[in-house]
Each structure stands twice: as structure tokens, then as C-alpha cells.
Ligand binder design. Structure first.
Ligand code: MN
Length: 288
């Protein structure tokens, strides 16, 4: 099933003919709020049949003409895998003149980005006016947690995955004279476009074999597969779930392949992922 959130936080099922709204299945306190999908993810096992029936009953709309939101607009946690691709580590280190043994999520664990940096496929990436700073794109497969995961071993970790979505991890790079915390450099508003689709895990044959590509103004910049992740989805969940319980609706982004590069206002960024879908966002100067 392919789930989307749109307009005033409506939840729908995306089919080839458009979006089929299923809001009536979401209880009042959550319906048409940014947390509607958190409820749906947590209660999906008992709701899936009714969602499918409801989706068949209602006429489709869009997706043209609707504002596509992030499919999980407010996860409790937005976790990110650092340095999870050998070629990306090389390109970051050569830029910084660093050497030494590789450090992967196995050594480094995870870091957090602010959930408030999340935006949707219908939004724009807004770059703050910070002269001399470089802002890069990173194209990443993100998983959405389905069932609470507490101290889960890798062998059972996929039981805790609800589904997958496309995530852009926009990053302000360090500069010669500035060395801000990574979490801040990645947490500017709109720096985490997600979606538009949350694909349930049953539609992804193997999260370790997902091709992903990213273009800037039509130029292919990243072209890779999750098979190149140094630490795969099951082990990422094992690592993080031994630190704290992962919650239904949490987003965990798996890390970027190589090919990251700068974006500037006026660019258009497009990303596509096998089985998941694509999104296309303009880049503009932050208006505030
Ligand atoms: Mn990243």
C-alpha cells in the first residue's frame, strides 16, 4: 500500500488513478492533524482491511493540484545513519583532508536531526542567507518504524519496519572557520524533504537492493543502490533500538551514497527510488 499525507493533513492511498482519501478511519483527535499518520501506523494491523475498502469506495483526486506533505510529518524521532557508504566517506574525507580508519554506523551509532526540518514533496527547499556556506543534497532511503523496537536483534528487526520513503538530507557543510554541530547543520527548516509516498514494507522485496538516483536541474548527481550501505537496515535498527525504544512512525534515514554536491536557489532537485517513487522540489532563498 502506498500512503500519502496532503493538504490539511488528510491521509490517502495513492493508486494509479489518484489519491483515495481514508480520513474517516482515523479517530477524531488525530484526524486532519500532522499526527494522523502516526496513529495509522500504530494501528495498521487492525485497520488495513478497512483502509483498503474505504479507498475503493471514494473517488480519486489529484495528485496534481494537491499539496503533498511528508507522509510522516511529525515522527517522535528522526534518526540518521552517519557515514554509511564507502565512496561517500572518501569524498567527504578528501574534501576535509582527513585520513584514518573508516568510521561507519557500527562505530558511530546514529545522530538526530530536528523533526521540525521535515517538509513535503509539495514544498520548496529554502536556503538561509549565509554567504560563503555550501549546502549539499544527500539522497537517502528512510525507513518508518511500525512496532515499538526495544533492544531488537538484527535478525528480527524487519518485523518492526512499517515501510519506506524517500528522504533528502540537505546539509550545510562545515567551512574553514565554522564547525557547527552536525545536527544543527542538517536541521534548518525544509532541509528534510520526505515522501511523497510511504510504501508499506510488503512492497519492497529487499531494502538492501533499492536503486536511488538524484538529479539537479536534470543532471544526474547520485546513482546508487542501498546494497552499497556499509550497515544495512536490520543492523541500523539493532544499533538504535539498544539506545532507546524506537516508536511507531519514527523515521530512520540510512545515509547517503557518493555524488553529494551543492545546490543553490533556482535549482530543481529531483530524486527517484525503486518501488518507492519520486519527488521534485525547487530550491529557493529562504524568505524570512
Ligand atoms: Mn545524510
Amino acid at each position: 500500500m502506498r500512503l500519502v499525507v496532503y493538504d490539511d493533513w488528510r491521509v490517502g492511498v495513492l493508486e494509479p488513478d489518484g489519491i483515495h482519501e481514508v480520513d474517516s478511519l482515523i479517530p477524531g483527535p488525530w484526524r486532519r492533524t500532522p499526527r494522523a499518520m502516526n496513529w495509522l501506523v500504530e494501528h495498521f494491523d487492525g485497520t488495513r482491511g478497512r483502509i483498503e475498502r474505504r479507498a475503493r469506495e471514494v473517488a480519486p483526486i489529484g495528485p496534481d493540484g494537491v499539496r503533498l506533505r511528508a507522509p510522516v510529518p511529525v515522527p517522535m524521532h528522526l534518526l540518521a545513519a552517519p557515514s554509511n557508504n564507502a565512496r561517500h566517506i572518501d569524498e567527504m574525507r578528501s574534501g576535509a583532508g582527513e585520513t584514518g580508519p573508516p568510521e561507519t554506523p557500527r562505530e558511530l551509532g546514529f545522530f538526530l536531526e530536528a523533526p521540525g526540518s521535515i517538509c513535503g514533496a509539495g514544498d520548496a527547499i529554502e536556503l538561509p542567507a549565509l554567504p560563503g556556506r555550501r549546502f549539499d543534497h544527500e539522497c537517502e532511503l528512510a525507513l518508518v518504524v511500525g512496532r515499538e523496537a526495544r533492544a531488537v536483534r538484527a535478525a528480527r528487526a524487519l518485523d518492526h519496519v512499517f515501510g519506506y520513503t524517500c528522504l533528502l538530507d540537505i546539509t550545510m557543510r562545515r567551512s574553514a572557520d565554522r564547525n557547527e554541530e552536525r545536527s544543527m547543520r542538517k536541521s534548518f527548516a525544509t532541509f528534510t524533504p520526505v515522501g511523497p509516498v510511504l510504501v508499506t514494507a510488503d512492497e519492497i522485496p529487499d531494502p538492501g537492493q533499492v536503486g536511488l538516483r538524484l538529479w539537479v536541474d536534470g543532471e544526474l548527481r547520485q546513482d546508487a543502490s542501498t546494497r552499497d550501505l556499509l550497515v544495512g537496515v536490520p543492523e541500523l535498527i539493532e544499533i538504535a533500538s539498544h539506545v532507546l525504544p524506537l516508536q511507531p512512525g519514527d523515521l530512520y534515514t540510512t545515509g547517503s551514497p557518493s555524488g553529494v554536491g551543492p545546490i543553490v536557489p533556482g535549482n530543481t532537485v529531483e530524486a527517484a527510488m525503486d518501488h518507492v517513487g519520486r519527488m521534485r522540489l525547487p530550491v529557493r532563498a529562504r524568505p524570512w
